[in-house]
Design a protein. Structure first.
Length: 167
């Protein structure tokens, strides 16, 4: 059974659906929310770059670009989009065998992978595949995120103790 939130829209792509109409009375509160989000997200994405093995500046790009694109193509006013630790760990695991971490080739491969993922997500939005998320149980998601958290924590122990290797 389909939920009403995931009705396919055909091939119509609503632009600025999550932003418009703008309520001018809420602009001060929205500005405070944006500043608060930036204060939390900037150090967070800088940490994700260490996990993914990319330069720090890429973290800022992964924070700003998805927000702008989601404002244009997204459908929710309340969803916060951007990088997360699970994505960073999966990216690193997928690319570590293809190029040396931190090299120009590694960063280029990460960028291509990010653009491919964006293309697939946009295609899924156009086709209306949001209902597939209904098949992911809460237990599976919690288990996955717990596993990622443990993997990231174990990878950072050597750096926290000042030992060589790991990280």
């Amino acid at each position: 059974m389909r939920s009403d939130n995931h009705k396919p829209k055909g091939f119509r792509l609503p632009i600025l659906q999550g932003v418009l109409p703008i309520d001018r009375a809420r602009l001060p509160a929205e500005l405070v929310a944006g500043i608060t989000l930036a204060a939390l997200a900037i150090p967070e994405v800088m940490g994700y770059t260490k996990i993914s093995g990319t330069p720090v500046i890429t973290g800022l790009y992964t924070m700003l670009i998805p927000m702008v694109l989601f404002a244009i193509f997204g459908s929710s006013r309340h969803l916060v989009v951007g990088a997360d630790s699970a994505t960073a760990a999966i990216l690193s695991a997928g690319l570590v065998g293809l190029a040396s971490t931190g090299s120009n080739e590694y960063v280029a491969l990460a960028a291509v992978l990010a653009l491919m993922a964006a293309g697939f997500l946009l295609l899924a939005r156009i086709i209306g595949l949001g209902f597939l998320a209904d098949f992911l149980s809460r237990t599976v998601l919690i288990g996955f995120l717990t596993g990622v958290g443990i993997q990231v924590a174990l990878g950072e122990i050597s750096g926290m103790l000042g030992l060589k290797g790991g990280g």
